[in-house]
Ligand binder design. Structure first.
Ligand SMILES: Cc1ncc(COP(=O)(O)O)c(C=O)c1O
Length: 395
């Protein structure tokens, strides 16, 4: 059969290139540990940067939510799924981050797809960083806009592209805030400046910045306002999305923008309208998580101490990226070699999966080490010692 023959060939091809993916079955999770095949490992693989997926007060809030509303979301937002909990959380982010309005989606993927396809169409122009998350690329393709991808963080090239566009059509610049596989930051002040100069709008996906960056954990906009050169980043040309599945420790996503954009989403966004609303109980957990993120500076201090220690202790500095965030990849390049190192780390008691194409560009396979406030300084010392030893033996 042609279809099945083709599938077998695809799988064979992936295997030959060391790109075949297998799912790892997790038996259990506890603090900084993960149990796989009955063996507890120190987990350096998730996006739970503040450890809030394990927080007892958040668990209690979710249980209270289940008692009040039941288990499920029961319906889409426009039918009978939009509870006062959903409404309240939109008000909280609006106040915290300083946008006119905010809207909750059931996941970050759906938020990116829903927003970009709602505000762009075949007459629009989209300019996107080459290392943006797959969900942003999918959204740009699905919108049918003319889609240009500029080299990673290359602001000069982006400006050249914008300058060349003499039309009066809609222009959107799309970027990750913190790049999910490299951990480095988009140059938000420069992007805002370019958006103003060329009458474009700026879409920022801050999935990995919210909770972690900024004095109050309010993400990449707060971070750049803390560090300059813009003391206050104007919000009027920005759409700013945070996911609730990473540092927030629950699930879902909140998109922040001006009132009219949010109103249009309610009316037109297919990934908002045609899916069941997120379970209200989970949102009660998110409310509690937001309180912790805003008040608990010590979690971020602890995290930053571990990040600095990791970078200081790694001997082969050339493998590190330019990252100040919990995402600390070591770029190994060869997929085969990355898998081998990941397996060795497993034998020493660490879970650090190999990240390979197409998640990252060809020849840039890596160990994506993600650090969490749940890790102790001793965990970081143990990990870096083992990594240094393995890498020394590889050469
Ligand atoms: C940058 C970025 N955007 C969006 C998403 C999707 O978010 P979610 O997992 O909530 O669908 C991810 C998650 O992997 C991400 O890394």
């Amino acid at each position: 059969m042609i279809l099945l023959d083709d599938i077998s060939n695809s799988l064979k091809d992936l295997k030959e290139k060391s790109l075949l993916r297998k799912r790892v079955v997790i038996n259990s999770r506890k603090k900084n540990l993960i149990k796989i095949n009955g063996k507890w490992l120190i987990n350096f693989s998730n996006n739970d940067y503040l450890g809030l997926s394990q927080d007892i007060s958040i668990k209690k809030a979710i249980i209270n939510g289940i008692k009040k509303y039941g288990n499920g979301g029961t319906s889409s937002h426009l039918v009978s799924g939009h509870t006062e909990v959903h409404q309240n959380i939109e008000g909280i982010t609006k106040n915290n981050i300083g946008f006119e309005s905010s809207i909750l989606f059931s996941s970050g993927y759906l938020a990116n797809l829903g927003l970009i396809t709602t505000i762009s169409d075949k007459d629009s122009f989209i300019y996107a960083d080459k290392l943006n998350h797959a969900s942003l690329n999918d959204a740009c393709i699905l919108s049918r806009a003319k889609f240009f991808r500029y080299p990673h963080n290359d602001m000069e090239l982006l400006e050249r592209l914008l300058k060349k566009n003499k039309t009066k059509k809609k222009k959107l610049i799309v970027t990750d805030g913190v790049f999910s596989m490299d951990g480095d930051l988009a140059d938000i002040p420069k992007l805002v400046q370019l958006a103003q100069k060329y009458d474009a709008y700026l879409y920022i996906d801050d999935a990995h910045g919210y909770g972690v960056l900024g004095k109050n954990g309010q993400g990449i906009l707060e971070y750049f306002e803390n560090t300059g050169p813009m003391k206050k980043i104007p919000r009027d040309r920005i759409i700013y999305t945070i996911t609730l599945s990473k540092a927030v420790g629950v699930s879902g996503a909140l998109v922040n923008a001006c009132k009219n954009i949010i109103n249009l989403v309610v009316n037109k966004s297919r990934t908002y309208i045609y899916t069941t609303a997120e379970q209200p109980a989970l949102i009660m957990g998110v409310e509690r998580s937001f309180e912790i993120i805003k008040k608990n500076y010590s979690l971020r201090e602890r995290l930053n101490k571990s990040i600095n220690l990791f970078r200081k202790n790694i001997n082969k500095k050339n493998l590190l990226t330019n990252s100040i965030t919990p995402i600390q990849p070591l770029i190994i390049e060869s997929a085969e070699k990355t898998i081998k190192i990941s397996e060795k780390l497993n034998s020493y008691g660490f879970h650090v999966p190999a990240i390979r194409p197409p998640t990252v560009p060809n020849k840039s396979s890596r160990l994506r080490i993600s650090i969490s406030a749940l890790h102790s300084q001793a965990d970081i010392k143990k990990l870096t010692k083992v990594i240094n030893k393995i890498l020394d033996n590889e050469n």
